[in-house]
Design a protein around this ligand. Structure first.
Ligand SMILES: Nc1nc2c(ncn2[C@@H]2O[C@H](COP(=O)(O)OP(=O)(O)OP(=O)(O)O)[C@@H](O)[C@H]2O)c(=O)[nH]1
Ligand SMILES: [Zn+2]
Length: 358
């Protein structure tokens, strides 16, 4: 496949998925940005603007989003998105605290980078919330504490330790776009596959993206269609190849991220609590006042913090509440499909990196 598209994350596993569309004369593309009924898409011919009207859907989970692989019909003005390839996975948040309204933030992602600003007081509950969404998506999470230039060294050590406590099994990095601290390690962590930057508005995502992209952020790609004639030029910062390898997706700052069918993601964030619950004497222990409760014992002797226990319960409650309000059958189906593809995709990805699949 064309080298421009491999810069945008094309890999050989996509060849067969795309084959039927190639036979129809369609062009492979990666969606870089969606605005209204148009999108900017990276193609072997450069970045083009295309209409997404032909693939519109009543279901928000099926809306075209950044990171999607698509089949484009060039030639007309605008080009048309004719099909979206099945997603490996997707990061989904609930946009509403009152209803179940899933919004796909990014599709086909390998790493979910959770940006948390050190300029404000560290909100571990929010970190756990983003982590649950990240784990649920099937992407590998990574927590990045931004603006570390604002924090003196001894404090930084504590902040890192606290964050690691809230993110078991997850890489936690302190970085500064201003001083460049930590950027080399982050660049290396993101050098394979597609990474999405998630975080609260003001977390420093865009500044971090610019630092990682270097000159590339300002670079405007020449846009041409298949006939070589000029096409409406679109610049995008939403999905860009990183100079050190890998692809970066920036998302708009989010005021809030609600749980959306993220029960297994929550379980993953609070793995040690799930582990403690296995020690409970009663199989259906509610960890309230039962004798022989592993969770209560850990709370009593300080192995489990009350903050973490409350955070866990809050996210589970929210998740259950939302789940009860959505179409359970459809969600379950969608998730099964993503999980299946995610497993396939991960195997292909690991194989490509020369590792045995986990
Ligand atoms: N001191 C310091 N300030 C930073 C750093 N990175 C970003 N900032 C500041 O933090 C503020 C927010 O940064 P943005 O990059 O716009 O944050 P964002 O997450 O993209 O915000 P949204 O666009 O709302 O999503 C800006 O005023 C930046 O100058 C850093 O490494 N150090
Ligand atoms: Zn218990």
């Amino acid at each position: 496949m064309n080298s421009l598209l491999s810069e945008y994350g094309w890999h050989t596993a996509l060849d067969s998925a795309f084959a039927p569309y190639a036979a129809e004369g369609l062009i492979p593309a990666r969606i870089a940005r969606v605005y209204g009924d148009r999108c900017a898409a990276a193609t072997p011919h450069g970045l083009v603007t295309a209409s997404i009207a032909p693939v519109s859907s009543p279901d928000p989970l099926h809306w075209v989003c950044t990171g999607d692989w698509a089949a484009l019909e060039l030639g007309g003005d605008p080009a048309l998105v004719r099909a979206v390839l099945p997603r490996t996975n997707a990061v989904v948040r609930n946009t509403s605290t009152r209803r179940s309204e899933g919004q796909v933030l990014a599709a086909n992602v390998d790493h979910a980078v959770i940006a948390v600003s050190l300029a404000a007081e560290l909100d571990l509950g929010r970190v756990e919330r983003f982590l649950a969404l990240a784990w649920e998506s099937g992407a590998e999470p990574l927590v990045v504490l931004t603006k570390c230039d604002l924090v003196p060294d001894p404090d930084l050590g504590h902040l890192l330790a606290d964050t690691e406590g809230a993110a078991p099994g997850v890489q936690v990095l302190a970085v500064s776009a201003h001083t460049g601290a930590g950027l080399d390690v982050l660049t290396a962590s993101l050098s394979q596959g597609t990474s999405v930057l998630l975080g609260q508005s003001g977390a420093g995502k865009s500044t971090l993206a610019n630092a990682l992209l270097g000159a590339q952020a300002q670079q405007v790609r020449e846009v041409r269609d298949a006939d070589g004639k000029g096409r409406h030029t679109t610049t995008t910062r939403d999905l860009l190849p990183l100079p050190g390898g890998g692809v970066l997706i920036d998302t708009p700052g989010l005021r809030g991220v609600g749980m959306w069918d993220a029960e297994s993601g929550v379980a993953r964030v609070f793995a040690e609590i799930e582990e403690l619950a296995r020690d409970c004497r009663f199989h259906d222990c509610a960890h309230a006042a039962e004798p022989g409760c592993g969770v209560l014992a850990a709370l009593a002797d300080g192995r489990l913090s009350h903050r973490r226990w409350e955070s866990y319960r809050k996210l589970l409650r929210e998740n259950a509440w939302i789940a009860a309000r959505s179409d359970a059958r459809l969600r379950a189906e969608q998730r099964r499909e993503w999980k299946r593809r995610s497993a396939q995709g991960r195997a292909a990805y690991e194989a490509k990196r020369g590792r045995a699949p986990r």
